[in-house]
Design a binder for this molecule. Structure first.
Ligand SMILES: *Cc1c(COP(=O)(O)O)cnc(C)c1O
Length: 480
C-alpha cells in the first residue's frame, strides 16, 4: 500500500459514523427542528459525499465534527426552503404570468385565511340546512357587477373557453374571424382548444378584414355559435375591418344561434376613470347583445386565478350541467378570494386604494421616482469599489398578461450600468446574484444595463431592496 492510500485510509477512519452524529448534542437541536427521519437521511448523504470527495481529492477535506454539522445544517436548511416564495417584481410588468399575475388585496388574503383554516360554507345552504351550489357564493356579485343573468366560475379563462365550447358547440360549428385565431402565451391557441372541445372551427374573413356577410354566409344548420376573441396581446393596424358586437349579436339572434365573447382580461369597471387605457368590460359586451362572456380572474380584475362565464341563464345552466364543469371547478380558496375581491368593486372610488393591481397600475411616475431616489440614496458609496454606476431613468411599465399590449405606463427605474468591460460583466453578475438571494429581486437586463422598475415595490420593501443590492455588490467586490 503506498503512502497516499495510507493517508486516505487514516482520514476516512476519522470520519464520524451516522450513529455518532445522530447521538451528538448538536444533532438534538436539528432533530427537534427537522425530525429524526430527515436528519438521518441528510446525515447519511452528507457523510457519503464527504467520503466520496476524499477519494476524489485527497487534499480537499476537513472532517472535524463542526464542519460535518455545518454541512448537515446547510443541507437541511436548503431542503426546507419553499419553492413558492416572495420575490420583488421589478420587471416593469404588473401582471407577470411567471410571477403569479395579480397580487391579491388584503381583504382577499383575510378571506383566504378563514377558508383555509376553518370549515366553511362552500356547497351548503345554511338557510335550508342542505346541500347548495358553490357557484352561488359569487354568482349574485358577478351578476350585479356585469349585468348578467347568471354566472359560473372555473379554474381559469382557458378552462372557461374550453367548457363553453364543449357544452354548446361539441359536434357543431363555431364561426370565428380569421383575425382572432390567436395564441395566448403558454400554449393556449384558439384553434387547438376548439379541436379538443370537439367544436368544428369555421374561419371567416381575412387576417385584417372581416364583414357581416362573411358570418351570415357561413351559418349552416350545424352552426352553434359565433365567437369573438378579444385580441388582447396584439393589434392589427391599417386597412382593417371588423364587425361590431351589436351587429354580430343581431346576426346570431336572427339565426337563433349563440354569440359569445372571450374577453380575456375584461375589467369590471371602466379603466379610463382611473386614467388607464380603455379595456372592454363584460357589462358593455353584454349590453351590446353578447349572450355569454368569458374572462380571467387574475388579470385586470386583480383576483385569484379563475375563469368566469357570465350571461344568459339557460346557456349557463347548460354549461353547468356539462360533466367537464366538475373537473374544472374551483376550490374554496379561490372562491373565498374571488368573493372578497368582487366586494371591493362595489365601491369603485376606493378601488385604487384597496385593489392591489389597480394601485400598482395607477401609481404615478412622480411617486415612483421619489422612491427610486430614496433607494439610490440608500446605496450611496456602495458603488465605489465597483466598475458600476447607478442612476434613475424614466421607463415605461407594461400591464402584462396580454392586457392592453400597446399601452405603456410612465414609470421610473433604477439603472445599474457598467463603466467599462469589467463593469458590463458585473452588471450580469449582479443581476444573476439578485435572483438568488433570499428574497429574489427580478429585474431585466436591456442593452447591458440592469433595469429595476420600482412600480410594484411597496414602501415597506425598500429596505429589503437596498440590502439585497448591497449584498450583491459586496459579493462582486470580494469576487474581483
Ligand atoms: C389570457 C387570455 C386567455 C386565457 O386566460 P387564462 O386565465 O390565462 O387561462 C384566453 N383568452 C384571452 C383573449 C386571453 O387574453
Amino acid at each position: 500500500m503506498d503512502a497516499g492510500n495510507k493517508i486516505l485510509e487514516n482520514r476516512m477512519a476519522k470520519l464520524p459514523s451516522v450513529d455518532y452524529v445522530l447521538k451528538h448534542r448538536t444533532a438534538l437541536v436539528l432533530q427537534k427542528e427537522y425530525g429524526l427521519s430527515e436528519l438521518t437521511k441528510v446525515t447519511r448523504s452528507i457523510l457519503l459525499e464527504v467520503r466520496q470527495s476524499m477519494i476524489n481529492d485527497q487534499e480537499a477535506l476537513i472532517c472535524d465534527d463542526a464542519s460535518i454539522f455545518g454541512l448537515i445544517q446547510q443541507r437541511l436548511e436548503a431542503r426546507a426552503e419553499k419553492k413558492v416564495k416572495a420575490v420583488l417584481n421589478l420587471t416593469g410588468t404588473v401582471l407577470h404570468t411567471n410571477l403569479g399575475r395579480a397580487v391579491l388585496p388584503q381583504e382577499a388574503v383575510d378571506a383566504l385565511r378563514v377558508a383555509a383554516s376553518e370549515a366553511c360554507i362552500l356547497e351548503y345552504d345554511v338557510g335550508a340546512g342542505k346541500r347548495g351550489d358553490r357557484d352561488e357564493l359569487v354568482e349574485k356579485l358577478l351578476c350585479e357587477l356585469t349585468g348578467a343573468e347568471a354566472a359560473t366560475v372555473v379554474n381559469n379563462n382557458a378552462a372557461a373557453v374550453f367548457l363553453l365550447l364543449h357544452a354548446l358547440s361539441a359536434k357543431k360549428e363555431t364561426i370565428i374571424s380569421r383575425g382572432e385565431l390567436v395564441e395566448i402565451g403558454g400554449s393556449f391557441r384558439i384553434p387547438d382548444i376548439m379541436l379538443r372541445a370537439g367544436a368544428k372551427l369555421v374561419e371567416v374573413g381575412t387576417t385584417n378584414r372581416t364583414h357581416s356577410k362573411d358570418f351570415i354566409e357561413a351559418i349552416t344548420p350545424k352552426t352553434a355559435m359565433i365567437m369573438k376573441v378579444h385580441t388582447s396581446n396584439y393589434v392589427v393596424e391599417g386597412f382593417t375591418a371588423h364587425v361590431e358586437d351589436d351587429e354580430l349579436a343581431k346576426i346570431a339572434n336572427d339565426h337563433a344561434i349563440a354569440y359569445v365573447v372571450d374577453l380575456g382580461s375584461g375589467s369590471l369597471v371602466d379603466m379610463t376613470r382611473y386614467g388607464l387605457p380603455k379595456e372592454p368590460t363584460p357589462m358593455e359586451a353584454l349590453s351590446s347583445g353578447a349572450h355569454l362572456i368569458t374572462f380571467s380572474g387574475d388579470k385586470l380584475l386583480g383576483g385569484p386565478q379563475c375563469g368566469m362565464i357570465v350571461g344568459k341563464k339557460e346557456l349557463i345552466a347548460k354549461i353547468k350541467k356539462n360533466p367537464i364543469k366538475r373537473m374544472l371547478r374551483v376550490s374554496k380558496l379561490t372562491l373565498a378570494a374571488l368573493e372578497a375581491v368582487l366586494h371591493l368593486y362595489r365601491d369603485p372610488e376606493s378601488l385604487p386604494e384597496k385593489l392591489t393591481v389597480l394601485k400598482q397600475l395607477t401609481r404615478p411616475r412622480e411617486d415612483i421616482l421619489l422612491q427610486v431616489n430614496r433607494v439610490i440614496e440608500g446605496l450611496k458609496n456602495c458603488f465605489e469599489d465597483t466598475s458600476l454606476s447607478i442612476h434613475s431613468q424614466d421607463v415605461m411599465s407594461q400591464i402584462g398578461s396580454g392586457s392592453l399590449p400597446v399601452e405603456r405606463l410612465p414609470s421610473s427605474a433604477i439603472v445599474v450600468q457598467g463603466e467599462n468591460k469589467v463593469g458590463e460583466k458585473q452588471v450580469l453578475q449582479l443581476e444573476k446574484f439578485l435572483r438568488k438571494v433570499s428574497i429574489p429581486v427580478i429585474g431585466r437586463v436591456n442593452d447591458k444595463h440592469l433595469i429595476l422598475d420600482l412600480r410594484c415595490l411597496r414602501t415597506d420593501q425598500e429596505e429589503i431592496l437596498i440590502q439585497m443590492i448591497r449584498f450583491g455588490l459586496q459579493n462582486l467586490i470580494t469576487k474581483k
